[in-house]
Design a protein around this ligand. Structure first.
Ligand SMILES: Cc1ncc(COP(=O)(O)O)c(C=O)c1O
Length: 190
C-alpha cells in the first residue's frame, strides 16, 4: 500500500508554506458578506493594505489567483496593440508575457539568464530608444519564485524616470510584498 505522509509540506503560494495560524483562521465560520462584521473587516483590510504598500493612495482588493491578477492588471490598464517591456527573469515572467501576448499586447522581452534580475541600465536604454512612446508599461516580477531571482524595483523606477519615458511600472509582488515590506520596516535594505 502506498505510504501517505502525515502532512504534505507544500511551499505554495510563494516560497513558504501557509502558516498554521492562517490555516486555523480559515476554519472559522463564514460571516455574512453583507453584514456589519464584514464591513468592519473590509475597512480594516483597506487601511492595512496601505501600510503594507507604504502608500497613501487607495489600494484595491481583487480576489483571484496570481495569474488572474496578471490578467486583470493588463486588461484594466492596456489595450490590444499596446506594447509592454517584459524581463526574462524566470518561469513566472514567461507566463505573464504569454498572457499579454494572448491579449493582443505586443511584448518586447529583455532576455535574461534566469540568474539575474531586471537590469535597470538596460531598461533605461530601451526606453530612451522608444522615442514614439510605444511602450506603455514595464512589467517586472519582483521575486521570481521559480528561480529565487529578485529585481531592484526602486532602481528600475529611477531608470524609467531618467529616460523621461511615460511608461508605467507594473510589478508582480505575489511572493514578495509582505516580506519586503516587513524587511524595510525593520530597517533592512532591498
Ligand atoms: C511570483 C509569482 N507570480 C505569479 C504566480 C502565479 O500565481 P497562481 O499560481 O496563483 O496563478 C506565482 C505562483 O506561485 C508566483 O510565485
Amino acid at each position: 500500500m502506498a505510504r501517505t505522509p502525515a502532512r504534505h509540506f507544500l511551499q505554495i503560494p510563494g516560497p513558504t508554506n501557509v502558516p498554521d495560524r492562517v490555516l486555523r483562521a480559515i476554519d472559522n465560520p463564514t460571516i455574512d458578506h453583507r453584514g456589519p462584521e464584514f464591513e468592519r473587516l473590509a475597512h480594516e483590510l483597506f487601511a492595512g493594505l496601505k501600510s503594507i504598500f507604504k502608500s497613501t493612495d487607495p489600494a484595491v482588493i481583487f480576489p483571484a489567483s496570481g495569474s488572474g491578477a496578471w490578467e486583470a492588471a493588463l486588461v484594466n490598464t492596456l489595450s490590444p496593440g499596446d506594447r509592454v517591456q517584459m524581463t526574462g527573469t524566470g518561469q513566472f515572467a514567461a507566463l505573464w508575457s504569454r498572457i499579454a501576448g494572448r491579449l493582443g499586447i505586443g511584448v518586447e522581452l529583455m532576455p535574461g539568464d534566469w540568474h539575474h534580475g531586471a537590469d535597470p541600465a538596460e531598461v533605461e536604454v530601451r526606453l530612451a530608444a522608444d522615442r514614439r512612446g510605444k511602450i506603455k508599461a514595464v512589467c517586472i516580477v519582483h521575486n521570481e519564485t521559480s528561480t529565487g531571482v529578485a529585481s531592484r524595483i526602486a532602481e528600475v523606477r529611477k531608470a524609467i524616470d531618467r529616460a523621461k519615458h511615460p511608461a508605467f511600472l507594473m510589478v508582480d509582488t505575489i511572493s514578495s510584498l509582505g516580506r519586503w515590506s516587513a524587511a524595510m520596516t525593520n530597517g533592512a535594505s532591498m
